[in-house]
Design a protein around this ligand. Structure first.
Ligand code: ADP
Length: 587
């Protein structure tokens, strides 16, 4: 269906195409008539050809003027008016041709008659063939120029002229049909072009809307999860400290265990949202390097074997000596999600993780003998929060984020994830990644003396945090590990306190959103400026925005997101202290 707007646009394009060639058609038409007169003028009286030549010359001039006007200001008339002007002048030229030729034919011997008829036929056919962009002008010219001579031929009364008359009459519809056909093809091409242009505009509009929706979703996720992370971080710390309390009654311990379970599922939901918002916001820049896949397998085996055997499942990793090109952290995250799903959705039998070489790539396959997935669910399970058969949203059955993280991470890395599954029999998730040359592995180990894991007891740690609850919670936690802690709500107060002490500070931990004038990255820089640029530091924040991530990355600062478990905080502190020690060893 052509809409009125599309119709107008098509008509305008047809007029434009016609007027682009119109001058050449117009002038060559007149030139052919003039040549024809040159050939026959001695055989025909002057009163026939002379006025015809003059009239045709005037029409040609007027048409040239119209064409010039169109090129100067096409908007002065509508497309229909321009088209009608050509039909009218084309028709007048046709009448002039037709009448002049007919009058000349009556005075010409047969061989000249044949010449004039041939030229007339060729000119009509050429006008239909070349001026096809508009259907009307060539149609009118053909009818007007060929009908009078055809009628004349029938009036002569001999066989030759009658046959010629029939041929000329037949030529009229054939020429018109040829012009119509070309015109229809041209119109269809234009219609498709406008339709495609419309589709492209509509598609980019939809794309912009989607982008905007996705950006506002990511902003909402980041803001909501930041506001939830802060209090949750404090809650986890307090509950973990309560757990160490000896005097709790058995009932109190039971309630505490439930409270810990609930905070842990809230915390993993926030972690999932964090991963999704960072992957969506391109806050994660993959570091593609060659690494041996066996290294990942060893770590995952150690992590998941106890979980599988607790459920009575056999989990086996087939040894693999291949080296792949990928980001080891994201690749591990993909496999971790696939393996934990395999364990979660398998009630008996086994899980096998192995590799296969395919067309120069490596496919890592996670097979299970679990409940399987119906084929119509295949695309849906990669959507956020989509779970098969968990309409009551039991958190123990997962959150529905694992596969959407797998999908996003794989897309970011350019790896493909495929799935085969049969309900009741099991599933196989296959991740395909590029192989690297064995020689390319970069040895991460540092030559020289490997530093020992640093001891936390006695360490002087500066902790900058503007939220009272978290300041108290973290400070208590650090003290419970034997650290000496200095807390402050700003970099300036922290500097004052540290100056007043005899000992040198050994590490600084800071929240990001401290005050309007200075953020955590800047606060750490202030402390480092006074206590050494190599001072181990950690940004401990609930702000998961891309901007914060970028600021920390540019300053080469490790980030730990709130809420974090005590264990994770301890590990982050140890790692930061270790890397400080490593730098000393290198220097
Ligand atoms: P969840 O946290 O629910 O596991 P995922 O996004 O990881 O969320 O998975 C989405 C859904 O896909 C799950 O609810 C489950 O129904 C299905 N699924 C994923 N992996 C498997 C598997 N190995 N076997 C059977 N079903 C699976």
């Amino acid at each position: 269906m052509i809409t009125p707007n599309e119709h107008k646009a098509i008509e305008a394009e047809q007029v434009k195409a016609y007027f682009n060639d119109a001058n050449y058609l117009n002038l060559s038409g007149f030139a052919v008539f003039a040549l024809l007169v040159v050939v026959v003028h001695e055989e025909t009286p002057n009163w026939i050809w002379a006025p015809a030549l003059a009239v045709l010359f005037l029409i040609t001039l007027y048409r040239a003027y119209l064409i010039w006007q169109y090129h100067r200001a096409p908007e002065r008339r509508t497309s229909t008016q321009w088209s009608n002007s050509q039909a009218l002048t084309g028709g007048s030229a046709g009448v002039c041709w037709g009448l002049a030729n007919t009058a000349m034919l009556a005075h010409l011997p047969v061989k000249y008659q044949l010449f004039v008829l041939t030229v007339s036929g060729v000119v009509a056919a050429a006008s239909a063939s070349e001026g096809f962009s508009l259907a009307q002008p060539p149609r009118v010219f053909t009818i007007a120029s060929l009908t009078p001579p055809a009628i004349f031929l029938f009036t002569v009364g001999n066989q030759l002229h009658t046959v010629l008359g029939v041929m000329l009459l037949l030529l009229i519809p054939i020429t018109i049909a040829l012009g119509n056909k070309k015109n229809l093809i041209f119109t269809e091409v234009l219609r498709l072009r406008f339709h495609n242009e419309f589709l492209v505009t509509e598609l980019s509009r939809q794309h912009e809307l989607l982008e905007a929706a996705s950006k506002s979703k990511s902003r909402f996720l980041a803001a909501a999860s930041h506001d939830l992370r802060q209090p949750l971080a404090a809650l986890i710390l307090f509950l973990e400290q309560l757990e160490l309390e000896q005097q709790l009654s058995p009932k109190g311990r039971g309630v505490l265990a439930h409270a810990l379970l609930s905070t842990s599922s809230l915390s993993s939901l926030l972690d999932g949202l964090l991963d999704i918002s960072r992957l969506d916001g391109h806050a994660i820049k993959p570091k593609i390097r060659p690494f041996p896949i066996q290294k990942l397998f060893d770590e995952l085996e150690e992590e998941f074997c106890p979980l599988a055997s607790n459920k009575g499942l056999r989990l086996r990793f087939a040894p693999c000596s291949s080296i792949v090109e990928s980001d080891i952290i994201l690749a591990e995250q993909i496999l971790r999600n696939l393996i934990s799903n395999a364990i979660r959705y398998t009630h008996s039998g086994r899980i096998l993780v192995g590799c296969r070489h395919r067309y120069g790539m490596l496919s890592i396959e996670v097979h299970d003998t679990g409940i399987g997935i119906a084929e119509d669910q295949f695309p849906k399970i990669f959507d956020e929060f989509y779970q098969v058969d968990n309409s009551e949203r039991d958190r123990q059955q997962g959150l529905g984020l694992g596969l959407s993280i797998v999908d996003r991470a794989a897309r970011l890395l350019g790896h493909s994830v495929t799935l085969t599954s049969q309900l009741g029999k099991g599933s196989a998730f296959i991740v395909t990644l590029p192989l690297a040359n064995p020689g390319e592995v970069v040895e991460q180990a540092v030559t020289g003396v490997a530093p020992e894991a640093p001891e936390l007891a006695g360490r002087l740690i500066a902790f900058i945090e503007n939220e009272g609850n978290i300041r108290v919670g973290i400070s208590d936690l650090l003290q419970s590990w034997g650290c000496r802690v200095v807390v402050a709500d700003s970099a300036a107060t922290m500097l004052e306190q540290l100056e007043a002490m005899d000992d040198a500070v050994e590490m600084v931990i800071s929240d990001f959103g401290l005050s309007r004038s200075i953020n955590g990255v800047e606060a750490i820089a202030v402390i480092r400026r006074r206590w050494g640029e190599r001072l181990p530091a950690l940004l401990f924040t609930g702000d998961i925005s891309k901007e914060t991530y970028m600021l920390a990355r540019d300053a080469d600062l490790p980030i730990l997101y709130k809420p974090a478990k005590a264990e994770a905080l301890r590990e982050a502190i140890t790692t930061a202290l270790e890397s400080g020690k490593l730098q000393e060893v290198r220097e």
